[in-house]
Design a protein around this ligand. Structure first.
Ligand SMILES: Nc1nc2c(ncn2[C@@H]2O[C@H](COP(=O)(O)OP(=O)(O)OP(=O)(O)O)[C@@H](O)[C@H]2O)c(=O)[nH]1
Length: 368
């Protein structure tokens, strides 16, 4: 049995963590958390951390003991400099809470890259955990919609770089911009994206801790995640009625299944393919031909099969990337955003001339 730590930082991280807990509690009543056991096979500890109390109150499936409120008004308003100093002041409190929960085999820290709290807490939190413990820590990072504005874009660029430098064992990317194909209003798009991420993480945990017909384990996951440029994404697909396992694998690797825009066959570095379902669906020939196709372009592919009686095929692919065109695009818009912010600051400096104009009437009264 694996001991797993999952931390959700900031509003986005909290909500994805809550979606994981919802799924783990059976996805039913929001009161389930008060009386039922999580259906994890592993021992999973979940912690939601936020500076905004309202974000924590909004959670429905995460127990009160698993919420850490770091008081700071109503969040840090996308200001990462402020966020980092709030983390520093509260670091020992956060670390004590993690340490009281025992030892872990693996940890995941979930955050958006672009807000204030999650994006500034995550790099130093991972650094702190890695300095004190020797279990692998993976960041699950949500990239912003590109139209959300200059501050979010520049935050995303700096946050990702800092997470990479934090000693993290790998970064799993999910991209709101790419996933907005789901459609709907913002709130329902968020909920769908969060559910997609939650399902993939739970499937992964299930696979790492299960007795499979052909085994992949935490060791294999670590090897996959250490490949490429330290960046990864996850694909998943559940077969629709009558769909065979071959098509299900293809769908998991296509834009329909992935959390981040990538050409798997061009940018992939290592992969882990886990196939779950009833034995009758799991044609070894179909599975082998798809896995061979993948390994001929990405290099090593670990393969795991979990037999679950009566279940339609489901496929999860963890894929590390050696290149990421989409991330290069994000950085080029982020650089423009940083320049725009700098120019704006200069303009504000110039506007101080306006203050000088106003100050000319200081101490004078209107005379009628
Ligand atoms: N997928 C997804 N993205 C979200 C969600 N909530 C916010 N975001 C994205 O997260 C980014 C904003 O970060 P938040 O997590 O809200 O910010 P925070 O870490 O709480 O920081 P502050 O509010 O600035 O203190 C934006 O790019 C949003 O699009 C969510 O529930 N799901």
């Amino acid at each position: 049995m694996l001991n797993i730590l999952i931390v959700g930082n900031g509003q986005c991280g909290n909500r994805i963590l809550d979606a994981i807990n919802k799924e783990a509690f059976g996805g039913k009543s929001k009161f389930a958390k008060f009386y039922s056991q999580q259906k994890y096979k592993s021992k999973v500890e979940t912690i939601a951390i936020n500076t905004a109390i309202n974000d924590l109150k909004e959670l429905s499936f995460t127990k009160a003991k698993d919420r850490i409120h770091i008081p700071h008004l109503h969040g840090v308003g996308a200001n990462r400099t402020l966020g980092k100093s709030v983390f520093e002041d509260n670091k020992s409190h956060i670390m004590r809470n993690i340490e009281e929960r025992g030892n872990f085999d693996v940890g995941f820290v979930i955050t958006s890259a672009s807000g204030g709290t999650g994006s500034s807490f995550t790099p130093p939190l991972i650094k702190e955990i890695k300095e004190k413990h020797d279990f692998p820590v993976y960041a699950v990072v949500v990239l912003p919609f590109r139209e959300e504005g200059t501050l979010y874009l520049q935050n995303a660029a700096f946050c990702l770089k800092e997470i990479r430098d934090s000693g993290v064992d790998g970064i799993i990317l999910a991209d709101n911009q790419f996933l907005k194909q789901i459609g709907g209003d913002v709130q329902s798009a968020y909920n769908s994206i969060n559910d997609m991420i939650a399902r993939r993480i739970l499937f992964l945990l299930d696979a790492l801790d299960s007795e499979m017909m052909m085994v992949t384990d935490l060791g294999d996951f670590k090897t996959v995640m250490s490949g490429g440029a330290g960046l990864a994404t996850i694909g998943f697909y559940e077969a629709e009625k009558g769909m065979n396992v071959k098509t299900t694998i293809q769908k998991a690797l296509s834009p329909n299944g992935l959390l981040f825009s990538t050409d798997v066959y061009k940018e992939g570095s290592r992969a882990m393919v886990i196939i779950k379902g009833d034995k009758s669906y799991l044609s070894i020939d179909e599975i082998s031909s798809e896995v061979e196709k993948l390994s001929s372009s990405v290099g090593h592919v670990f393969k795991g099969i979990i037999v679950r009686k009566g279940e339609a095929p489901q496929v999860l692919v963890v894929l590390t990337l050696e290149a990421a065109k989409e991330l290069e695009n994000l950085y080029s818009v982020a650089v423009d955003a940083i320049h725009q912010e700098r120019e704006k600051k200069t303009r504000v400096e110039e506007q101080k001339e306006i203050d000088k104009a106003f100050s000319q009437i200081d101490g004078l009264e209107p005379d009628y």
